[in-house]
Design a binder for this molecule. Structure first.
Ligand code: MTE
Length: 326
């Protein structure tokens, strides 16, 4: 992978490394940039001396998006916003390889003619085209994000509550669960470190109980940091369920299906003893191979200078969701 200059904490002024004002300033800058390929222009802001080529831009193929800030999710209180470039270069997207550095392989994801089919136990099945996804009333929400592997970040998603889809398609009374299926085409997604197909049960699928999907926190993101999703984050639409481990948030969704039985899901199928269907963030319930009591924020201006902080029950969202599990 090409060398990307990620500034070390001591190279960044504190306000630029961590604060909300840094993000807001950056956002104002990005909003002034029209069209695609924002990162090349934005990187000098981060102290990067080198002008990157298209193939070297982690934040490419994005367009500015406008969204109303949801006043309930303006800040998370106990931790700073993650620097955009860190979030865009530290990803899990196994279709494109087994490392965290898949952002470049992910640029192969084709977005033209994207269709999102909503089907199964619904009264009004529907297929959304790419442009339809941006016609929902969009909001911005700053959410904590906690990966089951213990890394964590805080990112401003742009999108709409999952409830909006429920209203459109009207699930029938038999519908008890929902399944999200991610894009998969082996000829497109394979990267140099592509895991063997017999090891991982592609396509990536995830699911929720229908009451979980109806909870106001459950979100479909179509953007992040003021623009459409970069491909490595799961363009054009991905699930964000902030009180659950990050693997529940299927990326690049092509199908949403309502079912009467619990759907099989990717990691739960592969390693059922380690990754539960429910997968709520529970610091006191250890993963069989590591504790979940702490997490490492990637917010310090360097992927290598991680800050360890305690993990919160339901990732800090208990007041919104604990009633689902009473
Ligand atoms: N969705 C698909 N299709 N493929 C994946 O490998 N990884 C999951 C989730 N969604 C994954 C996926 C995991 S394990 C995590 S932690 C998050 O995506 C990471 O999201 P991010 O890369 O945008 O931070």
């Amino acid at each position: 992978m090409p060398f990307i200059h990620i500034p070390q904490p001591w190279q960044l002024p504190e306000r630029e490394a961590t604060s909300e004002s840094a993000y807001l300033n950056r956002r104002r800058f990005l909003q002034g940039v029209v069209g695609w390929g924002i990162a090349g222009a934005a990187l000098p802001l981060l102290g990067c001396q080198k002008q990157l080529t298209d193939a070297e831009q982690p934040i490419a193929h994005v367009k500015p998006l406008s969204a109303q800030k949801n006043p309930a999710f303006l800040e998370v209180g106990d931790r700073p916003i993650t620097h955009e470039l860190l979030a865009a270069t530290h990803n899990n997207f196994y279709e494109f390889g087994g490392s965290k550095n898949i952002w470049q392989n992910a640029q192969n994801l084709p977005l033209d003619n994207w269709k999102l089919e909503v089907t199964g136990l619904v009264s009004k099945p529907r297929t959304y085209e790419l442009d339809d996804l941006y016609k929902f009333p969009l909001e911005e929400r700053l959410y904590r994000f906690r990966c089951v592997e213990t890394w964590a970040m805080v990112v401003p998603w742009l999108g709409f509550p999952m409830n909006a889809i429920l209203k459109d398609v009207e699930p029938t009374s038999q519908a008890k669960f929902v399944r999200f299926t991610s894009y998969f085409d082996r000829s497109v997604t394979k990267g140099p470190s592509f895991p063997p197909a017999d090891f991982l049960p592609f396509p990536y699928q995830e699911g929720l109980r229908i009451e979980e999907m109806a909870n106001d926190l459950a979100f479909f993101a179509v953007g992040i940091y003021g623009h459409t999703l970069p491909k490595q984050h799961g363009a054009p639409i991905r699930a964000v369920i902030p009180w659950k481990y990050g693997f529940k948030g299927a990326k690049s969704i092509v199908k949403i299906e309502f079912t009467d039985t619990q759907p099989e899901t990717f990691w739960n199928t592969r390693v059922p003893g380690e990754y539960k269907f429910e997968a709520n963030v529970e610091p006191e319930v250890a993963h069989p191979r590591w504790s979940q009591r702490k997490e490492r924020l990637i917010a310090d201006g360097s992927q290598f200078a991680w800050k360890e902080i305690p993990t919160l029950p339901y990732n800090g969202y208990g007041e919104f969701v604990a009633n689902l599990y009473a």
